[in-house]
Design a protein around this ligand. Structure first.
Ligand code: AMP
Length: 421
């Protein structure tokens, strides 16, 4: 080892990121497959955007005063001198892609989903990572409040299929550009009256964006926020009507929910509906799904005036509350004795794999006893034995490890015996 080589201790994943090891990947794939299948049943199609985007995209959309933009972005200058950012969320990428590829010229509404990593330079803790994964759903060009309820019904069906326990759906309306300014003024006044009770961060927010005080987890701020006026008293007729109809559709779908007038979500772009699904099993970071309507973003990006709604769900948090009880995938272990048997065994393994059976061949010459010990340790479902005797007779041994049942036959017969299981 040269003097400059890093020691083993230095070679760890970047703080706030983690490896997803093979024993976990099965659950990830099962959840991703269910998401694909569920969302496609509702007409959604996958859209894959890059992991890096121009920094400006987030400054424009997520809000100059939101924590994500002010504190949490992984932003750097690339070799061409451009400022780029590892995406902290997916919504702005989809909006950019719709405008860039003129997807709005296709028949509307458009429905997209995506799964992948997001990056936020937040303080890591349980359920909060710097690289985390979201499943994201967006709908464009559907202004009917029924769609806001339908995406909730869809994610509810998805969570029910995964048997996610102990969840609650919180809903709210944050109004729009017509009615929010009056609410903002009332909120600022209320916040300034309680300035002494607020943390330094919220004291600043009282001036810049008092709505963000509702995101704060400091108890004295939460306590103060409980005395603040409710946005629901400030909604204009259009927003109130949208909210009432949205709740009516949730009732139609028999989705239980709780109206929480303090649910403003951490991003500046929401209009009208916001919602969150929280879990009683998650501790401090209890939000599993978050979303809402963002009718102005497309227009604000210089695109067409198309309304939008959607949500994002955190994979790490979801996986920490589900117990999928996935069965181990059955596989066959090849136990060969001697070089000739090895060659014959390799040919059989090739045929078995083409027939759809998972086969493991380890290129270490072992005795039969050692082969079976190894197969046991790996929890193989079957062991195929190929020795001199078997070669001579053209008939091979197959042992089912769980029940101990042994059969003998030609390779074709044994493959058939495995496949009828
Ligand atoms: P947001 O994009 O902030 O609305 O978050 C949507 C969902 O993503 C949350 O409900 C969480 O499940 C998940 N999430 C957000 N931030 C993190 C993070 N830092 N680590 C892990 N999951 C996260």
């Amino acid at each position: 080892m040269s003097q400059d080589a890093p020691s083993r201790k230095d070679l760890t994943a970047v703080k706030g990121t983690r490896d997803i090891l093979p024993e976990e990947v099965g659950a990830w794939r099962a959840v991703e497959a269910l998401a694909r299948e569920t969302f496609e049943r509702y007409g959604y199609r996958e859209l894959r955007a890059p992991v890096i985007e121009p920094t400006e995209l987030y400054e424009k959309s997520s809000g100059q005063t939101s924590d994500i933009v002010t504190k949490e972005m992984y932003t750097f200058i690339d070799k061409g001198g451009r400022s780029v950012t590892l995406r902290p969320e997916y919504t702005p990428s989809v909006v950019r892609a719709v405008i860039e590829h003129r997807l709005d010229l296709q028949p509307q509404p458009m429905r997209y989903f995506y799964m992948g990593p997001m990056f936020r330079y937040d303080k890591p803790q349980k359920g909060r990572y710097r690289q985390f994964h979201q499943i994201d759903v967006e709908v464009f060009g559907e202004k009917d409040p029924a769609i806001d309820a339908e995406i909730i019904e869809m994610v509810d069906a998805f969570l029910a299929a995964l048997r996610v326990p102990d969840t609650e759906i919180l809903v709210n309306s944050v109004g729009d550009r017509k009615c929010r300014p009056a609410y903002g003024r009332a909120l600022r006044e209320a916040a300034l009256n309680r300035l002494a009770d607020l943390c330094p961060d919220c004291q600043r927010k009282a001036e810049t964006n008092p709505l963000r005080i509702f995101d704060c987890k400091v108890e004295s701020c939460r306590e103060a926020a409980r005395s603040f006026p409710s946005i629901l008293d400030y909604l204009c007729d259009e927003c109130r009507d949208h909210f009432q109809k949205f709740l009516g559709y949730l009732d139609l779908f028999r989705i239980p929910y709780r109206v929480d007038p303090r649910l403003v979500r951490g991003l500046d772009y929401y209009t009208k509906t916001t919602f969150e699904i929280v879990s009683g099993r998650l501790g401090a970071q209890n939000s599993l799904v978050g979303g809402g309507r963002y009718d102005d973003m497309m227009k604000d990006f210089g695109g067409p005036d198309i309304c939008a709604t959607g949500f994002a769900m955190g994979m790490e948090r979801l996986l920490s509350v589900v117990d999928l009880g996935l069965p181990k995938r059955p596989f066959l272990y090849l136990a060969y004795l001697g070089q000739e048997a090895k060659r014959a065994g390799l040919e059989m393994a090739r045929a078995f794999r083409r027939g759809g059976v998972e086969c493991l061949v380890e290129f270490k010459d072992r005795g039969m006893k050692a082969h079976f010990a190894r197969a046991n340790k790996l929890e193989a479902a079957w062991v195929l034995t190929v020795g001199e005797d078997e070669l001579r007779r053209g008939r091979y041994g197959l042992k089912e490890m769980a029940g101990g049942r042994q059969v003998e036959g030609t390779p074709e017969e044994l493959l058939a015996a495995i496949l009828v299981r």
